[in-house]
Design a protein around this ligand. Structure first.
Ligand code: ZN
Length: 699
């Protein structure tokens, strides 16, 4: 591993932070950033670091203190407020105790903190406090884990590192580990570091550079031994397939998404789906297609820290029947069912009820198709995927260098269900559309963006399909800035082209795993009296508004049925369906066709739990940021038909409704969220969003 310490960069960090923190702390942050950027050392909030330095108390006295990384924060982006300060003497006193519960340990942290509002420090705070050195660095380095997760790790570690490190058998992270680490160091006071079996590496030093250098040197020595041991050895290829991993993933993802959805106790929302991150890197494909995968994949996770995101083991399905869809479905169903049973038995064995517990695998490995990693959001699914990608590489290295052996089941359970760990996940699935994927055509337009915005605010992930790529890019950036990284996806799509629509849905399936809420919305208009309406213009409008709705619905229905989770089609129709206006024949006829398709779909899809409803909005003009393309095109002609100036149109429409309301995109978005959240058992209905137009009342 390359040592990326650079004195110039270190100095820049010290200067940049000089107003906020002392140089010792700034250097602590600099070294933590270097560790955080090495994905072979730590991933997503893993690992922790500390520095001991004085802190000024309320009396103006300088008191010996320790600053430790806050629990769950990311090392690569650590800022001073992520390093809460604690009174060192008060923590050191705890070493006298024989045992300390997690709850008491948290109280000890809270009563030792200088700032009561600071975040909770790492679970390993006591370890950092009990070690005498000024700087302490802790990681879960892949190379260290590949050597420690072996039947006889001590001899391998000695071979790699001689007597440079003390070796500590697996102890529960937290207070027990802190005591064991302090004792091991007292027995070997000249050690440069501690190897924690099935857990990771701790190094220390009187200055930031020494502790960091030792960390990199030790990891490098482990990497070199592994490279030496693995030289000329490779996994044995045992699976080959003509189809691309992507084509296979498109087949498998919606089936898996349906099988993995959890049952809830909510009759209005009986199943809770997850979001997919699918990966098929060279490393993953070499693993899943290997002869060794069947035995090596279901072995336990590398370290307890990973369990929250990956569960103790993944689901590996050998020999998928890619050529036979029905057989593939049966195989996947039976594999998921036995995983759930095995997982339930594991939690029950350790005294917990499996009721109300999510029992589905987080990672499904399929030969030919790669790794399907699932989470409550795209961001968390990516965390699972990153961790598992490293897990597969480390398990491979461990296997080629010797024989992989993970944590015992008892320790796995302890870390997976420990309150201190689980609180890192925070409240999941609390919003009405959490875990749902919404697909919107005309997604970059005024109504499309507003619908996406409302659905994302309700917890959904959104896929925006549109022809206008610059507007799509802008919409995705805006939505992600508002609602979080990974929640939106841009899809270039021509709704009148079958291949384009099919490809668009395939992209969503690979990206999010499936679709739950389909919103046909892309529309165009043309102003002309019927006697002057050219066939070309009529067909052009019909092609987008009627054929486009058909294709967009049809491909969506295919996926909804594959998943078997019910779902929604919510058609953006128009006030014109019930209340047409003159010179608007092409638009009104095409919108009526889309509306009627919705009613028929409601009848056809009810047996599958799919609800179909229509929204009749009137005159949504958009705003400065998101003007309506449709109104920009037809506004002047529409104004002429009504003997008005184009600028007076919004007010004209406002004045003609009962409530004198301005109809906005977000009102349509609210209606979509209302239907999609199953608030009422409704299908085949039309909801006007028009301020009240008497001639367009549904009847
Ligand atoms: Zn750790």
């Amino acid at each position: 591993m390359k040592n990326r310490w650079n004195d110039k960069d270190a100095k820049t960090t010290v200067n940049r932070l000089s107003r906020n923190v002392q140089p010792d702390i700034a250097l602590r942050l600099y070294a933590a950033h270097l560790i955080g950027r090495e994905s072979d050392l730590v991933l997503h909030g893993g690992g922790n670091v500390s520095v001991k330095c004085d802190e000024r108390d309320a009396f103006g006295d300088d008191v010996p203190a320790i600053r430790v990384k806050a629990s769950g924060t990311n090392m690569a982006t650590l800022v001073p407020s992520d390093m809460p300060a604690l009174n060192l003497a008060s923590l050191a006193r705890f070493r006298k105790l024989d045992a300390l519960s997690d709850a008491d340990m948290v109280s000890a942290f809270r009563t030792s903190q200088f700032d009561g509002d600071a975040p909770l420090p790492s679970i390993e705070t006591m370890l950092h406090a009990f070690l005498p050195h000024r700087y302490v660095d802790h990681s879960h380095a892949d190379a260290v884990l590949a050597l420690t997760n072996q039947p006889d790790p001590a001899s391998l570690i000695r071979e790699a590192l001689g007597d440079r490190v003390a070796v500590i058998p697996y102890v529960r992270p937290g207070f027990e580990l802190a005591k064991a680490a302090a004792k091991a160091l007292e027995a070997m006071p000249n050690a440069d570091g501690l190897i924690l079996l099935q857990h990771g590496l701790v190094t220390f030093g009187e200055d930031a550079r020494t502790s960091f250098d030792r960390h990199i040197e030790i990891v490098t020595a482990c990497e070199e031994l592994l490279a030496d041991r693995c030289a000329d050895r490779k996994l044995t290829v045992s699976f080959a397939c003509d189809e691309s991993p992507e084509a296979l993933a498109i087949t498998a993802a919606p089936i898996l998404r349906g099988l993995l959805a959890e049952n809830t106790n909510d009759e209005d929302r009986p199943r809770q789906p997850s979001i997919l991150e699918w990966r098929a890197t060279d490393g993953i494909m070499a693993f899943v297609n290997s002869q060794e995968a069947e035995k090596l994949a279901p072995t336990p996770a590398l370290t307890g820290d990973h369990l929250l995101h990956t569960k103790p083991w993944p689901l590996f399905v050998p020999h998928p029947a890619w050529r036979d869809d029905d057989e593939l479905k049966r195989q996947l169903e039976s594999a998921v069912t036995s995983f759930r049973k095995q997982y339930e038995a594991y939690v029950v064995r350790h005294g917990r009820s499996a009721e109300c517990l999510d029992t589905a695998p987080r990672v499904v490995l399929l030969p030919g198709a790669g790794a399907f990693c699932w989470g409550p959001s795209k961001r968390l699914a990516r965390v699972t995927a990153d961790i598992h990608e490293h897990t597969l590489a480390a398990k491979t290295a461990a296997h080629l260098a010797g024989s992989y052996q993970g944590l015992s089941e008892e320790h796995l359970y302890d870390m997976e269900f420990r309150d201190l760990q689980r609180r890192k996940l925070g409240g999941l699935h609390s919003k009405p559309l959490a875990g749902q994927v919404v697909m919107i055509s005309g997604g970059a337009g005024a109504i499309g963006v507003a619908v996406a915005d409302c659905c994302a605010a309700a917890g959904a992930h959104v896929a925006l399909a549109d022809l206008d790529e610059p507007r799509l890019r802008h919409a995705v950036e805006t939505l992600e800035a508002r609602h979080g990284e990974g929640i939106a996806l841009a899809i270039h799509m021509d709704v009148t082209n079958e291949t384009s629509v099919r490809d668009g849905y395939d992209t969503v399936v690979c990206h999010f795993g499936g679709v739950d809420i389909v919103v046909p919305n892309a529309g165009i208009a043309h102003v002309s009296p019927i006697e002057a309406l050219s066939l070309e213009d009529f067909r052009r409008v019909l092609d987008v508004n009627a054929v486009g709705y058909l294709l967009f619905m049809r491909e969506g229905i295919r996926i909804l049925k594959e998943q078997g989770l019910g779902g929604h089609i919510i058609i953006s129709a128009s006030k014109n369906v019930f209340g047409p206006g003159k010179d608007f024949g092409a638009y009104s006829a095409s919108k009526a066709a889309g509306h009627q398709l919705g009613k028929v779909a409601a009848i056809e899809l009810a047996p599958f739990g799919v609800r179909v409803n229509m929204i009749n909005a009137d005159a949504v003009f958009g705003d400065e940021e998101n003007p309506s393309g449709l109104w920009e095109t037809v506004g002047p002609d529409r104004a002429k038909s009504r003997n008005l100036e184009a600028k007076d149109l919004p007010d004209y429409y406002r004045q003609r409704n009962l409530l004198k309301a301005r109809v906005l995109g977000r009102h349509v978005g609210n209606a979509v969220v209302f239907f999609a959240s199953n608030a009422t058992p409704t299908t085949g209905a039309t909801l006007p969003v028009d301020g009240g137009v008497v001639e367009a009342f549904p009847r």
